[in-house]
Design a protein around this ligand. Structure first.
Ligand code: 13P
Length: 257
């Protein structure tokens, strides 16, 4: 089944209630772009307000703890996110891996906890500049992803509906440098092969693989046309409805309804 392109805004640590008007504008614009699936992951404090108001777009979180609950000051569980209205959670972002020392094992534990709580996940992977320059990017990302993917319980249904992968080369995040279409294509093909090994042809072939790293309205069309690119995970350019929906427009023409 070919899935709709998935355009996800990662607001990172940006956004107070003043940003609710942007979320509303994104939601309204998404209603004219039904060939694209649009979602935003705001800071925790905005999940519930956006969930309450949004008619179409999904709202998600940027991290969760791996435990169901307990004495973990400052942390948040997957069930709490679901209770606030989150439908998905981004896990293993390089800003968590690098800034908070998150290992592949921890990312995997979080992914398993999020799925168990009923959330969908967007699992991030990506190499740094040194690894890219050494020519080891594909081997590195393959290893990182293989070690971070959740082990699924017997009979787990809807793998491709519940799991999305995001390839975000660290050197492309917030820098204005994007990977070339050729590099993106090679990496996404390698990730696709791994997903098929893990989940089988049907499900692994259907999981969406997003590209992230300096995606803007100006470069989105070219990136999103690369084979095996199922959408984009967007940071800076997701903070205004104009630029975020410019990216969504690059994949889907406005629909009549
Ligand atoms: P930028 O789009 O700002 O480069 O951020 C990408 C990103 O990290 C999304 O998760």
């Amino acid at each position: 089944m070919a899935r709709r392109p998935y355009i996800v805004g990662n607001w990172k640590m940006h956004g107070t209630r003043a940003m609710l008007s942007e979320a509303r504008a994104i939601d309204r614009a998404a209603q004219r772009l039904l060939k694209v699936e649009v979602a935003i992951a705001p800071p925790y404090t905005l999940i519930h307000p956006i969930h309450r108001e949004a008619e179409l777009i999904a709202v998600g979180a940027q991290d969760c703890h791996e435990a169901e609950g307990g004495a973990f000051t400052g942390d948040i569980s997957a069930a709490m996110l679901a209770d606030a209205g989150a439908q998905f959670v981004i896990l293993g972002h390089s800003e968590r891996r690098e800034g908070h020392g998150e290992s592949n094992d921890l990312v995997r534990a979080k992914a398993e906890a999020a799925l168990a709580a009923g959330l969908k996940i967007i699992l991030c992977c990506g190499e740094n500049a040194a690894t890219r320059e050494s020519g080891e990017a594909i081997a590195f990302v393959r290893g990182q992803l293989a070690a971070s993917l959740p082990r699924l319980p017997e009979g787990f249904a809807d793998i491709a509906e519940r799991i999305t992968i995001a390839y975000e080369p660290i050197w492309a995040i917030g820098t204005g440098n994007t990977a070339t279409p050729q590099d993106i294509g090679e990496m996404h093909a390698a990730i696709r092969a791994l997903l098929i090994e893990q989940f089988g042809e049907e499900q692994g072939g259907d999981v969406r693989i997003l590209y992230g790293g300096s995606v803007k309205p100006e470069n989105a069309g070219e990136i999103l046309r690369v084979a095996d690119v199922g959408g984009a995970l967007v940071g800076g350019a997701s903070l205004t409805a104009d630029s975020f929906m410019g990216i969504a427009l690059a994949v889907g023409e406005p629909s009549d309804n």
